[in-house]
Structures are given as C-alpha cells and as structure tokens.
Ligand binder design. Structure first.
Ligand SMILES: [Zn+2]
Length: 818
C-alpha cells in the first residue's frame, strides 16, 4: 500500500514537474529546428515548410529545416517523416499498423525537447503537422478546439505541453468539386479535387468535345478553337495547379462532360463525326447542338488519341472526372446507332466511356476515374455489369437529399452503396449544397452533421467513401466548409464546439453564442422550407413540380412564377397546409434575426472583415424574415379565397405581401458579399435579384383578388361579369419560350392568344388556351405558324376571350432576346 502511494505521488510530482517544450522564447531568435529525412518526398518537404511558415506566423521566429544527416543546435527539435525516409522516425516512433494509410502519430519526448510526427504515408505526415500546428494555435489563443483558420497576432512565447496523439481519417475520400485554394485544401486534409480544368456547367468548353484545348500537339490543330498561345498559357496554368495539388498530397481530377458540345473547328473540319443537330437553347448558337456520333469508330479513335495526349501533357494529373448528366450528355437522337437514352444509346455511351478509360490507362496504368451521374438519367447500369468492368477504386457520387437541398437526410441508396462497395468502388456523397439558396449563403453544418451521423461511426460502411466538402467561401458560410472537411475526418467531432470557437475567435464569447444559435435556428427553418420545396408538396404551391431534377436557387423562389405558384394552390386543404407551415417558420426566422441583431450590438470584432460578415448575416436573416412574411401573406390571401373571405380582406393580404417583398429590396442591396455563382459579378447578382422582386411586386399589384375567390355559388359564377385581368408573360424578354398568365372572372368557352409583329402582322395564334375561372397559364414556344423561331425584337399579343356571345380582349407586349 505504502509503495503504491509512493509511486503514485512520484508520478504526480514528475508530472507537474514536466516542463513544456518551448517552440519560441522571448528574446531568443531561434528555439526550434525542423528535421526531415534525407529521402523526404515532396509532400514531406511541403509539411516541413508549412511548419516553418506557421511557426513563423505564430511567433515571428523562423525555425530552420535540416535533414537527419545534419546536427541541430536549437533547444527544440521537431522530427517528421515516414519510416522509409527518416531513420529517426523509424527508430524512435512506434507506428501501429492500424494507423491506416493516412493516419499519423505525434509524440513528444520532454527530456530532450523533441516532438516527432510520423505516419505510414507522406499525407499522414502532412496531416500530423497540421494537427501539431493546431495544438500551437490552441495554446496561443486559449480556445480548446483550434483550427488554422483562426485569427491571431504573433506572440514571442510559445511552449507545448506533453503530446501523445494519434489520429486517422474516418472516410478515405475527402473531396471538393470546385477549384479551391490548394493551401486551404491541404490544411483541411482534403485529398481529392474533382473540378479541375474548366467547369462552367454548360457542356460548352468543359466537355470531351472541347478537350482539345488541354493539349498542344500538332495533330489536333484542326480541332482547336483557341490559339496556340492561349492554349499554352492555359496548359501552363493547369500544370502548375496540378503540381501544387500533388505537392500537397491531393489527387486532381480533370473535369469533363461526356460528351459536351464539340469545338467549332471540329464541327467545321470533321462534320462526318457528328450526328444530326439536337435542339438545345444552351448551345453555342442558342438553337441547336451538334452532338458527336458515338457510333463512329473514327470518333473513338480520335477520343483515344486525345485523352492519351492529355494524360501525357499533365504528369501530375491523377484522373478524369467524367460526368454524364443532363442536357450536356447528348447523342444524335435520330441516329439509328446512337439512340439517345434508349438501351442502344446507353450501350454506345458506355462504349465511349471505356474508350476514354482504356486509352488513358494504356499510358498510365494507375490513372483514376471519378464518374458522376452514374445510373441516373444517363449511364444506366441496372444490373451493375458496367460498374464491374470499371477499374477497381473508381469513384462515384450521389447527391445529398432529394436534390441537394438543405436537409439532415442524405437519402443514400443502400442498393447503390452495396453494389459499388461490393465491387471495391467508392461512393462519395455530394454533401449539402448551398446551391439551394444561391447567391445567398446559409450555414447548414448542423443539418449536415446530423445527416452524416446517421451512418455508423464505429467502422465505415463498405463503399461509402466520404462526403464532399461544400459551403460558401464568403460570409459565415465558411463555417460549413470547415465543418464538412472535419466531419469526414472524424464524424464524432464536437461540431458545435468547433463552430463556437471559430465564432469566439472572431466575435468574443458572448456574441459567438448568440450568432451560433441564430445560424442554427435559421438553418433548420430554411431546411423545413426547402424540404417541402424539393419534394412534391410545396408551400409555394407548385404542386407536383418542386425542384425535382433542378437545383432550386433563391432566384427560383422569388419573382412572378414563384408568386403564381402560390396563387395556384389547388384547394382549401393545401392552402391551410401552406399557411400553417409558413406561420410556423416565420417566428423561427424572426428569432434568428433578433439573435443576430443582439449579437451585432454586443460584438467586439477582430477586424473589419469579421464585422462585415456579421452585418451581412443580420441583413440576410432580416431578408429571410421579410420573405416568409410575404409568402405567408400570399398563402393567407389564397386561403381567404377558399374560405369565403371578402374581396377587401384578400386585397389587404395582397397589399401586405407587396410591402414585405418591397422591404427585401434595400436589404438585398445592402448585402456586401454574395456567393459568386457562375462567375456572376456582384452587380449582376444584385440587379437580377432586384428585378425579380420588382416584377413580383408588379404582378401582385395587378392581380385581381376576385380570381382567387372560390366561394361564389354557381349562379353568381355564371352571372359574373366577364372580365380578364393581368395579362402578363414570363420570362420576358424570352429566349426559347414564355408563359402567358391571365385571370378570368368566370369559366369561358374559348380563349386564344394571337401574336403580332410591331407593324401588326399576325404571325401566330395559340388556340384552345386555358379558360377556367381564376388564374390561367398558357405556354408558347416562341415560334411562328411554320415552326420557325422568331427574330429578336418586340411583339404584341392579344388574348381573345369568347363566352356565350360575350367577347373580350386584352393586349400585352413581349420581347424576344436570344
Ligand atoms: Zn449517332
């Protein structure tokens, strides 16, 4: 007993007596040396340089980097490396096998002021060094969960307590699909970048048909749209970027639509490779798209040569991201061989995929592939036989939720997961996408973490390889990026602590708590709203449409079509649902907004940028509050219409909606930073949002309340004076098609819409238009009698209503702009 007590107290004494390891001491220029193996790889060297840079930022002293062959003369030594490159790590650091490929161990040896960071792979070493730096930032800032994204000023004294830590990633693929800062990616332990090259999301300039621009070989000169100089510049930029990524242990995947629209030069010089034009407004000429004909052996030959040249041109490129999704994946539909999405067409598309894969791997047998859009609209693979033929380790992806909406339901298909997992492929989930609210940002981290934790966190599910890192780079949307990077590494992470510390670092502890609460409440409220919107039953009333197949953006939930959505709520029950739903969400958004106001009143911000970010947060939440107020007023107007409300009551609700929508305009104008979606400028974003809100106000203003009054008896219905109101069309100006909307005071026998030139020449008439009492809409494809697309310009239209001998007409003006 005595002995035990003695040992215990000795240990205790020893423990308290243990000195901290100095990294920097006031008055001494250099206290620490960084040591790497003589054979250190580029990634290990990069890790040492990162330690050097960050210790310098923290302490304003710059530790030298030496190799294991050199002697060090400072009190403290940090040795890093893998056993193969560093004899020190090999001899002194026990690295368990189960540390995995990218795990690491950090251990301090207090008696000799030494810290060692070791791993089985160079990536592990890099991640271990970041962990070590995070411990230093923690020590420096006093916040328990640290991150290198913290804001701090240098301090001359820094010492670390004893360390013995090991960590390893939970998910093997930690991916981003955008072109991001390589330093940020490395610091957040990302190992795959899937959006490299040109990604404009159109299939023009980012498809296989235009991939000639990535190479500079004479034999492709005939297919080039860019000049040699433009291309060489681009190649140089891309090469440098792939090198930067490789140096940070990140696999880069060159993005390509399969197949995308071909270059103009190819269309001109090798028309025999193309099929019949396919109508597509998003094409180069705005009319039709000339697809590559998948059935031609010459095309396969050319594609094989091209991808091989790409693989040779970029020695540090890891793989291709081949995307088969939506309109950009087009075949010649009328071609008997290709056949679009038919079974034969699918076969042809897969054949083309394998042409790309086999050709690339002939040059580099370890070349990798990431295939998005698998088994959705294209690339059907009902029995998994195509997946079985793909190189093992191919990465696939699926969207989060129903359509990437803010939700805590990733909606992962177990069938797909087990199919791909069984074949040793990997599935990544395109995690929560801010796309739903773009160009605004929101913090969905809370929902995301809840969703991720639905999967077992004891051991990974076979096939489930990770969640992509998403989130805005502006405003407090940064929190999402931080979280989604970290939760991939450790799903048990205390995400609230991480967010709170991030905010505390910027706004001090009191405001941080208020901001966090505010963001979480608004996140859940918006999630509820968008979950309805993405499904079939929507609070805006677009019944059956929702955002299915479309990533709904903020642009889509404001403006004339969004308002007419609400007016088209088909019955009293659904009107009640919409009103209850919105009435439930509104107070939540009000609370979130109030909390942001309180936080702003209390802040002690670190710098100008953090103040701007919080002001933006406040305006955003005020804007969402006004938005819900406006939608609730509209839904209440519709509800009154079903419940026999009076005209003036309905009109009051419409007026109130107008006020709330109007109040959103100055808020939009005062928001400092939007998410720069599609490369739009701030001005473009602001202008387009304000235009939509203004159009929305105009529509409600011109709306005849009688048209949503349903509680009029049959006699009154028949006797109602024939009236037509609010003829409008949207979009206007139109590119491909437009929808006419009008309200009728009673159901009529016949409605037609005639379109005239400015000089009054009739060029087209749409017969048998919608003719019911209330709100009507009628689509028009922008074509004349002959089916030809009309030229740009201003046109007039006449809506002619005939009923029981009565006849009435209304006029409107539209513009075509392509
Ligand atoms: Zn064809």
């Amino acid at each position: 007993m005595m002995r035990i007590v003695l040992v215990f107290s000795l240990l205790l004494i020893h423990r308290t007596a243990l000195p901290k390891i100095p990294i920097s001491i006031d008055g001494q220029s250099v206290v620490t040396t960084i040591q790497i193996g003589v054979q250190a790889s580029v990634v290990e060297i990069y890790a040492a340089e990162e330690l050097q840079i960050w210790i310098n930022r923290l302490t304003e002293t710059k530790p030298p980097i030496i190799t294991t062959n050199q002697l060090h003369s400072t009190p403290t030594l940090i040795s890093i490396g893998i056993p193969q490159s560093s004899p020190e790590v090999r001899k002194r650091l026990d690295l368990p096998i189960n540390l995995g490929n990218e795990g690491y161990r950090i251990k301090s040896f207090e008696d000799e002021n030494r810290i060692m960071v070791g791993a089985h792979s160079a990536n592990g070493v890099l991640y271990g060094c970041y962990h070590l730096l995070e411990l230093m930032v923690s020590e420096h800032t006093g916040l328990t969960t640290a991150d290198l994204d913290f804001i701090f000023s240098p301090r001359p004294n820094l010492a670390l307590s004893p360390i013995d830590q090991r960590s390893q990633p939970f998910y093997p693929v930690r991916a981003v699909l955008e072109v991001n800062d390589p330093d940020w990616l490395a610091r957040h332990r990302i190992n795959m970048s899937g959006g490299e090259g040109i990604w404009n999301g159109t299939g023009i300039d980012d498809g296989l048909g235009t991939a000639f621009q990535y190479v500079d070989a004479a034999r492709f000169e005939l297919f080039q749209d860019l000049t040699g100089q433009e291309r060489r510049q681009q190649i140089e930029t891309l090469r440098n970027r792939f090198d930067l990524l490789r140096r940070r242990g990140i696999d880069s995947y060159l993005f390509m639509y399969v197949t995308g629209e071909p270059t103009e030069a190819l269309i001109r010089n090798r028309p025999q490779l193309l099929g019949q034009p396919v109508p597509y407004g998003g094409s180069r000429n705005g009319v039709s798209y000339k697809p590559l004909c998948w059935s031609k052996p010459e095309l396969h030959q050319l594609v094989a040569e091209l991808v091989q040249e790409i693989v040779v041109t970029y020695p540090t490129l890891s793989g291709f991201h081949l995307r088969c999704w939506g309109y950009e994946t087009r075949s010649c539909q009328d071609c008997p061989q290709c056949g679009g999405q038919s079974e034969a067409g699918q076969k042809m598309l897969w054949k083309l995929m394998f042409t790309v894969i086999q050709a690339s791997r002939k040059v580099r047998p370890d070349f990798k592939f990431y295939i998005s859009g698998y088994d959705r609209f294209w690339l059907k693979d009902p029995d998994g036989s195509y997946a079985a033929r793909l190189p093992q380790g191919t990465i696939f992806s699926q969207k989060w939720g129903y359509d990437g909406e803010p939700s805590d339901q990733p909606n992962l298909s177990p069938k797909l997961l087990s199919r791909l997992g069984g074949l040793k492929h990997r599935l990544i989930i395109l995690s929560h996408e801010v796309e739903e609210v773009m160009p605004l940002w929101m913090v969905e981290g809370d929902l995301f973490v809840n969703g991720v934790r639905r999967f077992p966190t004891t051991h990974p599910q076979p096939g489930l390889a990770g969640f992509t890192v998403q989130g805005a780079e502006v405003g407090l949307g940064q929190l999402d990026r931080l979280l989604s990077a970290r939760i991939n590494w450790n799903p048990k992470l205390d995400h609230l602590q991480l967010m709170r510390d991030f905010l505390t670092n910027r706004y001090q502890v009191e405001s941080a708590g208020l901001i966090l609460k505010s963001l979480r409440i608004s996140g859940w409220a918006l999630s509820n709203y968008f979950t309805d919107y993405a499904g079939t039953l929507t609070v805006t009333g677009q019944y059956g449409k929702g955002s299915a197949g479309f990533a709904t953006r903020f642009w889509d939930i404001i403006g004339q079509s969004a308002v007419t959505d609400i007016f088209s709520i088909p019955d009293e029950q659904q009107a009640d649902y919409a009103v209850n739903r919105l009435a439930g969400l509104l107070p939540q958004m009000q609370e979130a907004s109030n909390l942001a106001n309180m936080a702003l009143a209390k802040i002690n911000p670190v710098n100008v940028e953090t103040t701007y970010n919080l002001k933006d947060t406040q305006r955003l939440l005020q804007m969402w509050t006004a938005f819900f107020e406006s939608r609730l007023s509209l839904a209440e107007a519709v509800q009154l219409g079903y419940k026999g409300g009076k005209v003036h009551q309905v009109q009051d609700k419409l007026n109130s909606a107008i006020e709330y929508t109007r109040s959103m305009v100055p808020l939009i104008r005062s928001i400092g930073q939007f998410v720069p979606v599609f490369g739009y400028s701030r001005l473009t974003i602001e202008t387009s949002l304000v235009e939509k809100l203004t159009a929305e106000v105009a529509l409600i203003d011109n709306f005849a309340p009688e048209t949503i009054m349903h509680q009029i008896d049959a006699y009154a219905l028949n006797q109602a004076e024939l009236k037509i109101s609010g003829p409008l069309n949207f979009p206007n100006p139109l590119k491909d098609k437009t929808t006419f909307t009008y309200q009728l005071s009673r159901t009529v026998d016949d409605v037609s819409i005639s379109i005239y030139t400015k000089s009054g020449r009739l060029i087209c008439r749409v017969q048998d238009c919608s003719s019911r009492k209330g709100y009507n809409e009628q689509e028009w494809d922008g074509r004349d009698w002959n089916g030809s697309r009309l030229a740009n310009g201003v046109y007039f239209y006449k809506i002619l209503v005939k009923d029981d001998g009565d006849q009435l007409q209304a006029y409107g003006r539209l513009a075509i702009l392509r």
